[in-house]
Design a protein around this ligand. Sequence first.
Ligand code: AKB
Length: 311
Amino acid sequence: MDTILVTGALGQIGSELTPALRDRYDDVRIVASDIESGPDVSQPYETVDVTDRSQVEAVVEKYDVDTVFHLAALLSAAGEQNPDKAFEVNIQGLYNVLEVGREYGLNRIVVPSSIAVYGPATRNNPSERAIRSPTTMYGISKVLAENLATYYYQTYDLDVRGIRLPGIVSHKTRPDGGTTDYAVDAFYEAIDTGEYTYFVRKDTRLPMVYMADAIDAIITLSEADKSDLRFQCEYNISGLSFTASELSERIEERIGRFNARYEPDGRQSIADSWPSTLDDSAARSDWGWSPEYDLDRLVDEMVRNLQRKVK
Ligand code: AKB
């Protein structure tokens, strides 16, 4: 039986990607893993610290893993709080997974990249090969991930692929440690308390995507024919792009009074260093990326689901 290992399975993407993979493939075993021991989740689950290569190796050997979705990572704001740990998890962790992938001849490794690969030198709808000169440890780790993916592909014929994800909006799992978290937190707080204080300015505009579209993109890219792909981990995808105040207006239209305040903190400079829109034409033409959620549909889904949760 083929086996997929998901690292970081308890995180924002992992907690939705893991069940989506289990739903999609009846005949593939999906092993969830994360650093936490004994969480209350569907089995099989294994505790794996990706910074320890022997733990990655042990789980690959135990389940005869073919494919890894490597999601374990610290996000941008958490990475700036703790650059040491970001280096260890995002860089050493990825290197361990790639090395185990090479040693055990894995079929495929899927590693998400991020809009954080761009820095202040790159504005205005960048395409894949625009200048990537990030100013955060997270962004630096993602540029390295993209370059390592190409290196392992060219040198060892290891199939490593991935997407540069924008901020992901979902009603199932709250993100933690990211700069784009405000686009999710605003919904939770608006529905819970009717107010929210953004940690960015009201005119902050960043690319975002609804989780269903992000999951669909990750799975579609992972299944794409290798010969159709021009890039390994560099594909831009952009669902939509909105400012914090545009988001507040749309939420207020649905829930009535919403008291939004804007008190930028250190995360503002991270947001300011990222492009507000992306050119995702390569993903559209190479493997059929086509998002289904625009801002109105995203806000409708978020509000409806979160209102149902609090009832
Ligand atoms: C973050 O804000 O750090 C992430 C990302 C854009 O990669 N959501």
